[in-house]
Design a protein. Structure first.
Length: 581
C-alpha cells in the first residue's frame, strides 16, 4: 500500500472518530455549559421568527449607544474610544453568560461618574496613567463580581436600602450635570465632584464662553429635551412618516451627533470659533490591553472597585427586576453577578472601563422588539463596525454635544418623589435619603455613598436591637389576638416581634420585666415565639436568666409557638420544659 493510500485511509478513520468524540464531549460537558453559560441553552433552540425582531432591536440600540458610550467615557475622564471599546466584547460576553433576554450592558452614567471621581486625583483626564487605572478598576470589579457570583451572594444587593440608593442616584445626577458644565460651555474648570464649587467656578467664567459654543450647546440640549415635541412637529408638517416618528425620539442623540459633526466640518468651527472637538479617534479593532502591574495603584483602587461593583450590581438588578416584572420573568441574581463580572473582565482586556446595565437602553431594547440576547450581540457587532469605519468622521464631534447628552440623561436621575414617600412612611428612611444626598454633594461620590451605606446598616441594627414586645389580649368572644397594654390578671402573653440575638436579647428581657411589673397577680408568663426564627447563645442565656428571675418571684415562664428548628437548641440549654407542647 502506497504512502498516499495509507494517509487517505488514516484520514477516513479520523473523520469517523471525530463525530463520535464530539458527541461524547457534548454529552459530558453540554449540561454543565447550559447551566453556567446560558448561550448554550438558548442559541441551539433559537427560533428563526425572532431573528428580524432581534436584529432591528440591536440596530436601534446601537444608534443610541454610539453617542452615549462616547459621552459617558468623557464623563469618566477617559478618551471617547474607551466607551466604544467597552460596548463590544463586554456586551457579547454578557449576552453569553446572562439569563436576562433583554438587559443591555455597556458604560452607564452612575458607574462612569464614579470612575471619573476615582481617577480624577490620580492623573490628568485621558492620560496614560488614568487609562491604566481604568483597566485596573474594570479587572478588580470583574473579579469581585465573579467571586460574589461563585459564592452565591446575589442577595448582597438587598443590604443597601432604597432611600440610600435613591439619595445617591439623585445626588449623582446633580453631580453629573455640574461636572459636564466645563465641556458643555468649553471652559477650563477644576476636576472635582464637589458640585457647589463647580457651579461657582462655572458662573465666574461665563464671560469666556464663545458664541458658537453657546449655539451648539443650546441647540443640542433643546433637541434632546424636546425630542418628542420636535418629532410631533415634523410629523404634523409631513416631513417624516409614522414609522420614522416612532424611532426618532430614541435616536435623537445620534441625530444631534450627526448635526454637530456636520456643522463643525462645514464651517471649520474648531479653528474659526474655538469650538472644542473630540479629536482623533483610533480606527480598528479594540486593542488588547492588560491592567498595569502596579501594586500601589491596585491598593489605592481596590476600595473604589468595591463600590463600583456594589453600585453597578444594585443598579443592574434594579433594572432587571423592573423589566422582569413587566415580562413575567424571574431574575437569577447569582448568574447576573457572573455575567457582569465576565463583562467587566472583557472590558479590562479590550481597553474599556467598568460597565453595567442601563434602564434607558434596556427599555429601548424591549420597545424595539428584542426577544433574546441575540439583540445584544447584534449591538456589539454594530459597535465594532463603528470603531472600524467611523473614527475619522467623529473627529469633528463637538465636546459640548457629548456633554449635552450626559446632562439630559442626568435629568432623569434627579427625583425627589422617593424622598417624600420615604419621609411619610418612616422618618429614618427620609433622613437616610437626605444624608446620602447631601453627603455626595458636599464630600464627593465615595464618601457620600459610604456614609449612606453605613447609615443604612446602622438603622437596620438599631431597629433589630429594639424589636416589638407587646402584651397579647385574647377577648372572650374572639378567636384572634390583638395587641394591648392590658394584661390578664393571672396569665400574661407577650409577643416577641423578631428573632433574638446578642444585640437585642437584653432589651427584650427588660421589656418583658417591665410589662410584668405593671401586671398584678400574675402566676404565668407566656412568650409567644411566632415571629422568632433564630436564637443565638446570648439569647438562650438571657432566657435562662429570665426563667430563674421569674421563678424566684413565683412566676412560671412558658414559650409558645416555638418553631421546630429552635426546639433542639432549647433542649440542649435545658429549657425544653418551657416549651408548650
Amino acid at each position: 500500500m502506497s504512502q498516499e493510500q495509507l494517509f487517505a485511509r488514516h484520514s477516513r478513520g479520523v473523520r469517523r472518530l471525530f463525530p463520535i468524540a464530539a458527541r461524547a464531549l457534548a454529552s459530558r460537558y453540554l449540561p454543565f455549559l447550559r447551566q453556567h453559560v446560558p448561550i448554550f441553552a438558548w442559541l441551539p433552540n433559537y427560533r428563526r421568527e425572532n431573528l428580524a425582531s432581534d436584529v432591528i432591536a440591536g440596530i436601534v440600540v446601537t444608534m443610541v449607544l454610539v453617542p452615549t458610550a462616547m459621552a459617558y467615557a468623557q464623563l469618566a475622564g477617559l478618551p471617547v474610544q474607551a466607551g466604544l471599546y467597552g460596548s463590544i466584547l463586554p456586551v457579547m460576553l454578557y449576552a453569553a453568560f446572562s439569563r436576562s433576554p433583554v438587559l443591555s450592558v455597556a458604560p452607564v452614567t452612575i458607574v462612569s461618574l464614579m470612575v471619573g471621581s476615582i481617577l480624577a486625583p490620580l492623573g490628568q483626564a485621558g492620560s496614560a496613567e488614568t487609562i491604566g487605572c481604568a483597566l485596573i478598576l474594570a479587572f478588580l470589579s470583574g473579579c469581585i463580581l465573579l467571586a460574589l457570583g461563585a459564592l452565591r451572594l446575589g442577595t448582597i444587593a438587598n443590604f443597601v436600602s432604597h432611600p440610600v440608593l435613591n439619595g445617591f442616584v439623585s445626588a449623582a445626577g446633580v453631580v453629573m450635570v455640574c461636572g459636564q458644565l466645563k465641556s458643555l460651555l468649553g471652559l477650563s474648570l477644576p476636576s472635582t465632584t464637589i458640585a457647589p464649587y463647580v457651579v461657582v467656578q462655572a458662573l465666574s467664567h461665563l464671560h469666556n464662553v464663545r458664541f458658537a459654543t453657546w449655539l451648539i450647546a443650546g441647540g443640542a440640549v433643546g433637541l434632546l429635551v424636546y425630542r418628542v415635541r420636535v418629532t410631533r412637529l415634523l410629523m404634523q408638517r409631513g416631513a417624516i412618516g409614522p414609522t420614522l416618528a416612532a424611532y426618532l425620539p430614541k435616536a435623537m442623540p445620534l441625530v444631534v451627533v450627526g448635526l454637530g459633526v456636520l456643522l463643525c466640518r462645514l464651517f471649520d468651527l474648531e479653528k474659526s470659533s474655538g469650538v472644542l472637538v473630540v479629536g482623533s479617534i483610533p480606527s480598528g479593532l479594540p486593542p488588547i490591553s492588560l491592567p498595569p502591574l502596579d501594586g500601589a495603584a491596585w491598593r489605592i483602587l481596590l476600595p473604589g472597585a468595591l463600590l463600583i461593583s456594589l453600585v453597578g450590581f444594585i443598579e443592574s438588578m434594579a433594572v432587571a427586576k423592573v423589566l422582569a416584572r413587566k415580562r413575567g420573568e424571574r431574575v437569577d441574581f447569582d448568574q447576573e453577578l457572573i455575567a457582569m463580572g465576565t463583562a467587566n473582565l472583557g472590558a479590562a482586556f479590550t481597553s474599556g472601563y467598568p460597565v453595567s446595565a442601563g434602564l434607558f437602553r434596556s427599555a429601548i431594547n424591549i420597545e424595539a422588539g428584542a426577544v433574546t440576547p441575540l439583540a445584544s450581540i447584534v449591538t456589539a457587532i454594530g459597535m465594532l463596525l463603528t470603531v472600524l469605519v467611523l473614527g475619522p468622521v467623529l473627529y469633528y464631534l463637538p465636546q459640548s454635544v457629548l456633554a449635552a447628552i450626559v446632562i439630559t440623561a442626568s435629568f432623569g436621575l434627579i427625583k425627589f418623589k422617593p424622598f417624600f414617600q420615604a419621609w411619610r412612611c418612616d422618618r429614618l428612611d427620609g433622613f437616610a435619603f437626605i444624608a446620602t444626598f447631601v453627603g455626595v454633594l458636599a464630600f464627593g461620590i465615595e464618601a457620600g455613598l459610604l456614609a449612606g451605606i453605613a447609615l443604612s446598616i446602622g438603622t437596620y441594627l438599631w431597629r433589630s436591637s429594639r424589636p416589638l414586645v407587646s402584651v397579647i389580649e385574647k377577648p372572650a368572644d374572639s378567636g384572634t389576638f390583638t395587641s394591648s397594654n392590658a394584661a390578664y390578671p393571672s396569665i400574661v402573653s407577650i409577643a416577641i416581634g423578631d428573632s433574638l440575638y446578642f444585640g437585642n436579647a437584653e432589651f427584650v428581657e427588660r421589656q418583658v420585666q417591665g410589662l410584668l411589673a405593671k401586671a398584678t397577680g400574675t402566676h404565668t408568663c407566656v412568650l409567644v415565639f411566632s415571629s422568632v426564627n433564630s436564637l443565638d447563645s446570648s439569647a438562650i442565656d438571657v432566657l435562662s436568666n429570665l426563667h430563674r428571675d421569674l421563678e424566684a418571684k413565683g412566676v412560671t415562664l412558658r414559650l409558645a409557638e416555638v418553631k421546630p428548628p429552635l426546639r433542639p437548641l432549647l433542649a440542649k440549654a435545658g429549657l425544653a420544659a418551657l416549651v408548650d407542647p
